[in-house]
Design a binder for this molecule. Structure first.
Ligand SMILES: Cc1cc2nc3c(=O)[nH]c(=O)nc-3n(C[C@H](O)[C@H](O)[C@H](O)COP(=O)(O)O)c2cc1C
Length: 328
């Protein structure tokens, strides 16, 4: 499969699980979706079915791995490929303490040779693209030359696609959340990487929250990756296929989506999945629309009830302002 990375949804722990991805895929057929970060050790030793299984409908889908031991990263990548992932991505951007003590995540920006060794080993163990998601720097290593050297070294090992979260990470003193907000965004750094390495695919990430902004970035780089904006307002994806991929099909309405996800909810609940595990990702569906709060409240208050099932979404929809008008 040839992956088109013009638009992707960022890996987000606790958010981009299989249910979120299934829901997003109903909205956009073209967006590339990423898993949450999973450590190589968890893939090798953990409950693989729980960690890695996904619905075929989720393609195109990339598995993000955390780790820095080339051997183990290669084993985990091969397992990911066997599960059907279309791309394996290495996390070189997460600043959390837990991740640093495992010597992976953003601190790896200081060890480009090690990241390169991972890319080489993972590339030999698989046929899917191996990509890297990084920051623009860490702590005092925040010059363009530092980033340039990192990209050059890792690209020489065979990585052709880089996702650059356009702010540096501060490895001590800031929480992961602060590290997504406090260090300023420098999109120009990602643009400059593209200008210096035109043969590489460069995707910019961080603070992008509209398709208009995506189009501006796409004048400088090959792709955009959005995280929080999509989670908060998933219907943002509805225009992605038409606007960024020139698809002609009309996007589904919110109401179409609520109907389309019903068979999935029924199937997952039959397997013992709690309704809330799916509907929690749908709370932002009406973000910015009249009745958005009532929608959220209706679902969050009732989705835990033992008798609740997919019909809950239909009743929540029926009391939306537009729907009430239709009925009266
Ligand atoms: C709740 C949450 C969890 C995240 N988990 C991951 C992760 O597992 N791997 C990763 O590379 N980045 C992770 N990130 C960072 C995002 O992928 C992205 O780089 C960051 O949020 C900036 O993009 P945005 O401004 O579009 O959200 C996470 C972000 C959030 C908000």
């Amino acid at each position: 499969m040839i992956l088109d990375r013009r638009f992707s949804v960022a890996p987000m722990m606790e958010y981009t699980d299989r249910h979120e991805r299934y829901f997003l895929r109903l909205i956009s057929r073209r967006a590339l979706l990423y898993t949450e970060m999973i450590t190589a050790d968890a893939v090798i030793h953990g409950d693989r079915q729980r960690l890695l299984a996904f619905s075929p409908a989720e393609h195109p889908i990339a598995l993000q791995l955390g780790g820095s031991d080339p051997d183990r990263m290669a084993r985990a990548a091969a397992i990911g490929q066997d599960y059907g992932y279309d791309e394996i991505n290495i996390n070189v951007g997460c600043p959390s303490d837990r991740v640093q003590s495992g010597r992976f995540g953003a601190c790896l920006m200081a060890e480009p040779d090690l990241v390169a060794a991972c890319v080489t080993a993972m590339g030999s163990a698989t046929n899917v693209p191996i990509t890297v998601k990084s920051r623009i720097g860490i702590d005092d290593h925040d010059s363009y030359e530092f980033l340039h050297h990192f990209i050059e070294t890792v690209a020489a090992a065979g990585c052709r696609s880089f996702i650059i979260h356009a702010r540096k990470a501060i490895l001590s003193g800031l929480s992961p959340k602060q590290n997504r907000e406090v260090p300023p965004l420098h999109y120009d750094r990602a643009y400059r990487v593209k200008a210096d390495f035109p043969e590489l695919e460069i995707i910019v990430n961080g603070g992008i929250d509209s398709l208009e902004q995506c189009q501006l970035h796409l004048q400088h780089v090959d792709g955009v990756m959005l995280g929080r904006a999509v989670y908060q307002a998933p219907y943002l994806l509805a225009e992605v296929d038409r606007t960024l991929f020139a698809d002609t099909a009309a996007p589904p309405s919110r109401e179409d989506l609520i109907r389309a996800i019903q068979p999935y909810i029924a199937e997952q609940m039959d397997r013992g999945v709690r309704l809330n595990a799916i509907t929690r990702h749908m709370l932002g569906l009406y973000y910015g629309q009249p009745g958005a709060r009532a929608w959220r409240r209706h679902i969050s208050e009732r989705s835990y009830r033992p008798e609740a099932d997919g019909a809950l979404l239909e009743t929540a929809m029926a009391q939306m302002p537009g729907q009430l008008e239709l009925q009266h």
